[in-house]
Design a protein around this ligand. Structure first.
Ligand SMILES: Cc1cc2nc3c(=O)[nH]c(=O)nc-3n(C[C@H](O)[C@H](O)[C@H](O)COP(=O)(O)O)c2cc1C
Length: 221
């Protein structure tokens, strides 16, 4: 047994064998497709852990002319036109939520912030308390704000009274993905291709989020 396995155990094996009744919403924004792909991997991982999953996009705020003027953006918008837009009902429905957003000046995109800013009513009525959450991101540079973006998103989560299920170093796959313990993050090159292979880390994060949500649900019964 290697030192990493000794330290962390083989948690992903245990997790894949667990069936849950957890409902997970994967809520993302993407311009070039990276965060959509991360969301799809999260969906796969969570389903393997037995969760019911919805992948949902936040509403676009950019003018149509800006999208039309950028072929890659337009292609992504067209390719994901059938992905449902998230509503506040989805937040009420979900036991667990994974967010995935591109880094914008070291922060989340305004599209996601705008959506979060519509949750005041749910927050006021205590409907977001004990939601189990985690977040993922991408950026063009490894030190271009990946950790800052995830932490900015978590700030809102603390106001919700949500439970942040960050991956930490609970599985060695995190190291191969760049070692971000706050949430999986990936670097995207000039052509929009992911630099690190983060698929396993995303799936681990999704399973861990489902498992923590299951513990919270059980504890509430
Ligand atoms: C307005 C804007 C701001 C950005 N700010 C940053 C940044 O602060 N750091 C960085 O490394 N990349 C930055 N980027 C690059 C994006 O993070 C990158 O294109 C994105 O992660 C790709 O994700 P997507 O394919 O899901 O859209 C920025 C891009 C835009 C359009």
């Amino acid at each position: 047994m290697g030192i990493i396995t000794k330290l962390f155990g083989n948690s992903s094996k245990k997790e894949t064998e667990t069936m849950t009744n957890v409902k997970l919403a994967v809520i993302y924004y993407s311009m070039g497709g990276t965060n959509y792909q991360l969301s799809k991997w999260a969906e796969e991982g969570a389903k393997e852990a037995g969760a019911e999953v919805k992948v949902l996009k936040v509403p676009e705020l950019a003018p149509q002319s800006a999208i039309e003027g950028n072929p890659a953006w337009k292609a992504h918008v067209d390719a994901t036109k059938d992905v449902p837009e998230v509503t506040l009902n989805d937040l009420e429905w979900a036991d667990a939520i994974i967010f995935s957003v591109p880094t914008r000046f070291g922060n989340m995109p305004s599209q996601m912030k705008q959506f979060l800013d519509t949750t005041g009513g749910l927050w006021f009525n205590g409907k977001l308390v004990n939601k189990v959450v985690s977040a993922m991101t991408s950026a063009q540079n490894p030190h271009g704000g990946q950790e800052a973006t995830i932490l900015a998103l978590y700030t809102t989560m603390y106001h919700w009274g949500a439970i942040v299920a960050a991956p930490g170093y609970t599985d060695p796959v995190t190291f191969a993905a760049g070692g971000n313990p706050y949430g999986t993050s990936v670097t995207v090159d000039q052509d929009g291709k992911m630099v690190e292979n983060v698929e396993a880390a995303v799936k681990h994060q999704a399973k861990r989020t489902v498992n923590v949500a299951e513990l919270v649900k059980k504890g509430n019964q």
